[in-house]
Design a protein around this ligand. Structure first.
Ligand code: MTE
Length: 321
């Protein structure tokens, strides 16, 4: 297996460096035009496959938590909803229509590992046990683009409280569904499916760590990782695993899918730092998708006040992707 030729984000180096090629405004506009053209297709696909209707639709929109403020407007949903990374449905950004094949009900979430008692619970019952809230977060991909999204969901800490982990649990391991019949990307055997990601317990119980069930005031669109995905805005986007079916409390640090494929490029901690370049391109700035604007990237994606303490005294660790 030649990982180098099929690795990571599979963006050819020429698309990333020099940045002027990838971030050329005209090429983005061309991309967003096709994104907009796709939107009606996505909407009609959703109508066809969304049976039965979402039993938790009445929980939206949830009340906005005003603690989390943005320095930029929320990205247009049509743009955000047509520019996705979801390798289960392909390695292009335009996976939205393929992702409509995913059946998101019934959806059972397993909670196991180092817990008082393993739990299996349906997503709708889980949501009703948690109070949903809306949070506007920035999302910074390791590919050097960013978006701002209004997620709806609940803090990971609430799930941790519900799970009752044992004192020996050090990490939370998360797993995406596995169904190659629906997600043709999972037939590509060179990826170590299913998609896995992990957080330390300090990260998982931080105020910012969020499990999103919806976005833009309604249940999550499938391309964003319905019915349950992680949103950890101080970290690179690949940590924010989609369509989660299993949470395991473990002692050993879990290896995420990208870390398994290419550890030199995608580490466990994966915190955003503009001063530490990705091995193949700079992380100093980012393209705000939908505007063509470039902004300097902020350390911890601007969320240092919430999370910097977690990493104190960890100088020997590789904290940046
Ligand atoms: N989760 C799964 N299961 N599969 C993926 O390919 N891609 C990650 C993350 N979670 C990915 C995933 C990456 S690289 C990013 S940037 C974000 O999802 C993209 O989220 P979005 O499409 O909602 O913007």
């Amino acid at each position: 297996m030649n990982i180098i030729s099929r690795r990571g984000w599979e963006i050819p180096e020429r698309d990333v460096t020099p940045e002027s090629l990838f971030f050329n405004r005209r090429s983005f506009l061309a991309g967003s035009a096709s994104a907009l053209a796709l939107a009606p297709v996505v909407a009609s696909a959703q109508r066809v496959t969304d049976t039965p209707p979402d039993p938790s639709a009445d929980l939206y929109p949830a009340k906005r938590n005003e603690t989390f403020v943005l320095d930029r407007p929320i990205t247009d949903e049509k743009i955000n909803g047509a520019y996705n990374n979801f390798y289960e449905f392909g390695s292009q950004k335009t996976i939205a229509s393929s992702a409509q094949a995913l059946k998101v009900r019934p959806w059972t979430v397993k909670i196991d590992g180092l817990v008082e008692k393993p739990i299996e619970i349906g997503i709708d019952e889980l949501m009703r046990k948690m109070t949903l809230e809306e949070r506007a977060y920035r999302h910074r991909c390791v590919e050097a683009w960013s978006m701002a999204i209004a997620w709806t969901g609940f803090p990971v800490r609430k799930l941790v409280d519900f799970a009752k982990p044992l004192g020996s649990a050090k990490y939370l391991r998360m797993e995406t569904f596995m169904d190659p019949k629906v997600a043709f990307g999972q037939k590509q055997a060179w990826y170590p499916w299913p998609y896995i990601e992990g957080l330390s317990m300090a990260e998982a119980t931080n105020d910012l760590a969020f499990l999103a069930t919806g976005a833009y005031g309604h249940p999550m669109a499938k391309q964003h990782g319905a019915p349950l995905r992680l949103a950890v805005p101080w970290k690179y986007g690949f940590k924010s695993i989609k369509s989660i079916v299993r949470f395991s409390f473990v002692e050993q640090r879990p290896k995420g899918m990208w870390e398994s494929l290419q550890a030199s490029e995608y580490g466990f901690w994966a915190n955003v730092n503009p001063e530490v370049p990705h091995p193949r391109w700079s992380q100093a700035s980012e393209e705000i998708i939908g505007t063509g604007e470039r902004k300097p990237t902020l350390k911890f994606n601007g969320y240092g006040d919430f999370v910097a303490d977690i990493y104190k005294g960890m100088d020997s660790e590789r904290l940046w992707a």
